[in-house]
Design a protein around this ligand. Structure first.
Ligand code: ATP
Ligand code: MG
Length: 390
């Protein structure tokens, strides 16, 4: 009896009627990528669960690490796939319980298929009695040390203990492609992860003012992309040189409007690149009121520069503390707090305009060769590619 890694799909995928087939298909494809580099003995895809067994089963723990970033997984655990009879299930329970410490337990049964002759509560009772009699453990339905999960399928049963919680959401790839504006800060990586968790794939766009400033923000963007790439397996990072545009704006525009103007140019360039790469939306890490460029007045002046794609701001209603908690959870926080000179802080006053006027902005931009500036910057974008697992 070799152990298997059991992956349960997130309920939202399974509940989807019309798209369920596509979602499950995408999740299976993504699971196939996860096992890259492992000697897989069998990979069994069921309607709501996949099991993986490896030739060298000792590697299962290492493989489990990869599930932490797999969108679409609700729970995962190491257990056994056994035949659908009482003795085999008992054997699996014994193997699992013997290497676990604890005083209390509970059995949780689900019947994906109704072939088995007993109903879930009866199965709970049957194996509950078995465990109580065999081991010095008491039943605790509310806060047990050990949870034995038994899933009864058509031709087999999956038995595991102490399932771990996956990140849920939708499998990456079902939500279309979006252009993610990735700064070196705390917010945008969190926004990216949120969209990937809803099944979107993102292409990263980073603006930098190198060599006007040092290359730290570029390095941070690379590191963040590498980290976030674990959620979507392969990524493109577009590094757009922004210094020339900034120098031009500095010569021709009032200082308090520069942040908003930088942003208008950034979103224009991002839109051009997004369309070139087939992305259907622009995502940013803005949150209402966090800084002066994120007032509703300035947000609408920035939005006005985008022609056709929707602007998505997943963090708009989140406060900084929750964003920081998420950044720590996904591991981007330590990278984000490395000091750098963000291109948007270059040549801007301490108190930029908080309620930008579109009319005024348009009159400032009137004499600028906007489309030429945008095209030139987009053409100079340097493209980097990331793959995981390697
Ligand atoms: P972040 O922590 O994501 O940098 P922030 O609170 O510092 O956010 P801003 O710097 O005003 O806020 O940026 C708002 C959003 O604009 C960012 O979340 C990001 O999506 C985009 N953005 C800002 N600077 C850049 C950049 N250099 N390259 C790409 N996108 C950027
Ligand atoms: Mg920033």
């Amino acid at each position: 009896m070799n152990p298997v890694l059991i992956l349960r799909f997130y309920h939202e995928i399974v509940l989807k009627k019309g798209n369920r087939y596509l979602f499950v298909q995408q999740l299976r494809e993504n699971i196939n990528k996860i096992v890259k580099g492992y000697d897989v003995d069998s990979l069994k895809h069921g309607p709501m669960v996949t099991t993986i067994s490896l030739n060298n089963h000792l590697d299962l723990e290492a493989l489990k690490e990869r599930l932490v970033t797999l969108n679409g997984i609700e729970k995962f655990s190491i257990g056994y796939r056994v035949s659908l009879d009482i003795l085999s299930i008992e054997k699996a329970i014994m193997k699992l319980i013997e290497c676990k410490k604890g005083d209390s337990f509970k059995i949780r049964t689900s019947r994906t298929d109704k072939v088995f002759h007993l109903k879930s509560p009866e199965v709970n009772k049957l194996f509950g009695d078995f465990v109580r009699e065999k081991y010095d453990l008491k039943v605790d339905l509310n806060n047990p040390d050990i949870v034995v999960n038994i899933q009864l399928l058509k031709n087999s049963a999956l038995v595991s203990i102490n399932e771990e919680i996956g990140i849920g959401g939708m499998p990456v790839g079902v939500g279309g492609l979006m252009a993610m504006m990735l700064s070196g800060g705390i917010d945008s990586p969190v926004a990216a992860q949120m969209m990937m968790n809803r099944g979107a794939k993102v292409i990263f766009v980073h603006f930098h003012s190198y060599p006007l400033v040092d290359g730290t923000s570029k390095e941070k963007a690379k590191e963040l992309t590498e980290l976030l790439n674990r959620y979507q397996f392969d990524s493109t990072l577009l590094m757009v040189p922004f210094g020339q545009i900034q120098q031009k704006l500095i010569l021709t525009t009032p200082p308090e409007y520069r942040v908003v103007l930088y942003r208008r140019f950034m979103v224009r360039i991002t839109e051009l690149l997004a369309i070139k790469y087939g992305a259907k939306a622009i995502v940013t890490g803005e949150s209402l009121g966090q800084v002066s460029s994120q007032t509703i007045e300035n947000i609408s002046v920035i939005d006005n520069a985008v022609r056709e794609l929707p602007m998505i701001r997943p963090l708009i209603g989140m406060d900084k503390n929750s964003i920081v908690t998420d950044a720590r959870r996904i591991g981007s926080y330590p990278i984000s707090i490395i000091p750098d000179q963000d291109c948007c802080s270059l040549f801007v006053p301490k108190h930029p305009v908080t309620k930008g006027s579109l009319k005024l902005v348009e009159s400032i931009e009137e004499n600028l060769p906007i489309s030429q500036m945008v095209t030139e910057a987009a053409d100079l974008a340097e493209s980097l590619h990331f793959h995981w697992p390697n």
